[in-house]
Design a protein around this ligand. Structure first.
Ligand code: ZN
Length: 148
């Protein structure tokens, strides 16, 4: 039985162990004090991206995007809405592939926007193209087996 899960702080990169029962109680990073489960879309850099995707034991949905990509910008508010709806079940984050092109190369990303759902160090599923909030939410619920 697991009673604690590992969560990477999107701000400082510290790995935190959070009791499952506390996930919905606004857990904070033991290192920098920032909240770990905010329901907001966290901005990742290469370091926090790599650490979180390899470590996190709460489903992590990453939006691979770039500022020049119109559909990416269109999807951003929809992605944020889905993140709010799933705030107690998953974490939502984004990474700018223009600033961190190494990420796209490594993951074989050919088109953006692309969502990848990560869980316990594994890539669970991908969703390509701009989607409305409802579709994003359904994708995450199905891939992460999250009950409503
Ligand atoms: Zn922190």
């Amino acid at each position: 039985m697991t009673d604690a899960v590992k969560l990477t702080c999107a701000t400082c990169g510290q790995t935190n162990r959070v009791p499952v029962a506390k996930l919905t109680a606004g857990p904070k990073c033991g290192s920098c004090g920032d909240r770990l489960m905010t329901g907001n879309v966290a901005e990742l850099d290469m370091r926090t991206h790599d650490k979180a995707t390899r470590t996190d034991e709460v489903p992590l949905v990453v939006d691979y995007w770039a500022p020049w990509c119109g559909p990416c910008r269109m999807m951003a508010p929809e992605f944020a809405k889905a993140g709010k709806a799933l705030s107690s079940n998953a974490r939502f984050a984004k990474i700018n592939t223009e600033d961190f092109p190494g990420v796209s190369q490594r993951l074989g990303i050919r088109g953006i926007p692309l969502l990848i759902l990560w869980h316990k160090g594994r890539e669970v599923a991908r969703l390509a193209g701009a989607r409305p909030a409802g579709e994003i939410e359904a994708f995450v619920r199905k891939a992460a087996a999250v009950r409503s």
